[in-house]
Write a protein that binds this ligand. Structure first.
Ligand SMILES: Nc1nc2c(ncn2[C@@H]2O[C@H](COP(=O)(O)OP(=O)(O)OP(=O)(O)O)[C@@H](O)[C@H]2O)c(=O)[nH]1
Ligand SMILES: [Mg+2]
Length: 321
């Protein structure tokens, strides 16, 4: 064994192999992961996190690839996390992301990671924010998180990103679906990608008319709509300029936004940890499922069932440990 600096130090020095290793430890929920995060966390909070979400196949990865190139031109260093839903429909896209973002493989200023969601209910995998922590601590000035937006996912991304970019494409039912699914409330910036296709104008108009239904106060950010052609890079510089405008607009609220993000993370982590504790240490194997069955048969109500579990988890009334 040679004497090497600890992993956290190598991550902070920006060593790509250390970054990859750190991410694997976190993704695998390795016993060393919490200590690693503890060491890295004080060195974070500097990276600007851009969330890119939208329906499957909207061209998000292609767009991110072009965004990365543009950001590099401006001297930023970039980390990318592409969240791949492990669904039968898009199961193969991790390889696709690698291919689409291959242009940056030799660039030490860029680090790209694809990860699976592994059935977590939200779109962001449980450890996405921790992967962002690694890239942040490694000194990347911008972190881009790509995720397929389906329902709850958009809500998750807006809670972990500094700016939420919603990518839609002309001429698909998906767009209408996306608009209905509450995407309108979370977008800071809209992108109509594949603007080379028929129906781009119609798409822009339908977003506009949705925006017209919302009231925007004085000085409140009104989400702009940017047309892009990710394949050629057309509109990408404009998109980045729009991100910069949004960043300037929200700079004053940065502290609040960071606090809101940490509140969400802490609540989410506590909820997941508590549930795991209950499943592993409080309930007998199969008991949870049996309880669900009893509730379904109306033999017990969910409130009583939850109260019973809480009592067992925390001990009789008072529940301090
Ligand atoms: N015509 C046209 N095709 C595009 C454009 N942008 C992306 N595409 C194509 O659309 C397809 C999907 O692109 P991706 O970048 O993989 O889309 P994605 O949203 O990342 O897909 P998932 O991650 O699987 O949801 C690819 O074949 C791209 O070449 C565009 O502006 N115009
Ligand atoms: Mg993709």
């Amino acid at each position: 064994m040679t004497d090497r600096p600890p992993l956290s130090a190598r991550v902070r020095a920006g060593d790509p192999r250390a970054i990859a290793r750190a991410m694997s430890l976190i993704e695998d929920d390795h016993p060393g992961a919490p200590a690693l995060i503890r060491e890295l966390f004080p060195h974070t909070g500097r990276a600007y996190v851009m969330g890119v979400t939208g329906p499957p196949g909207a061209g998000k990865s292609t767009l991110v690839d072009k965004l990365v190139a543009e950001l590099r031109k401006e001297g930023e260093t970039v980390g990318v996390i592409a969240v791949d839903p492990t669904s039968p429909f898009t199961g193969g896209s991790i390889l696709g992301d690698r291919l689409r973002m291959q242009a940056h493989i030799a660039d030490p200023g860029v680090f790209i990671r694809s990860m699976a969601t592994r059935g977590h209910l939200g779109g962001l995998a449980p450890t996405t924010s921790d992967l962002a922590v690694v890239l942040d601590a490694a000194g990347k000035s911008v972190v881009v998180v790509e995720t397929v937006g389906v329902g709850q996912d958009e809500v998750d991304i807006v809670r972990t990103a500094d700016v939420s970019i919603v990518v839609l494409v002309p001429g698909t039912g998906d767009d209408v679906q996306a608009l209905k699914a509450g995407i309108m409330e979370i977008a800071d910036i809209y992108v109509v990608n594949k603007a080379d296709r028929d129906g781009a104008d119609r798409m822009v108009t339908s977003i506009e008319s949705n925006l017209a239904l919302q009231a925007f106060g004085d000085g409140q950010w009104r989400p702009p709509i940017v047309r892009t052609e990710a394949t050629t890079g057309k509109g990408v510089a404009e998109l980045l300029a729009t991100v910069r405008a949004f960043r300037a607009h929200t700079e004053a609220q940065r502290t609040e936004r960071l606090a809101a993000r940490q509140e969400y993370r802490l609540r989410d982590l506590l909820a997941r940890r508590f549930l795991a504790h209950v499943e592993q240490h409080v309930l007998a194997p199969g008991e949870f499922e049996a309880l669900v069955g009893r509730i379904a048969r109306r033999e017990v109500d969910p409130y009583t069932a939850a109260a019973g579990i809480l009592d067992r988890a925390l001990g009789p009334r008072g529940g301090t440990r």
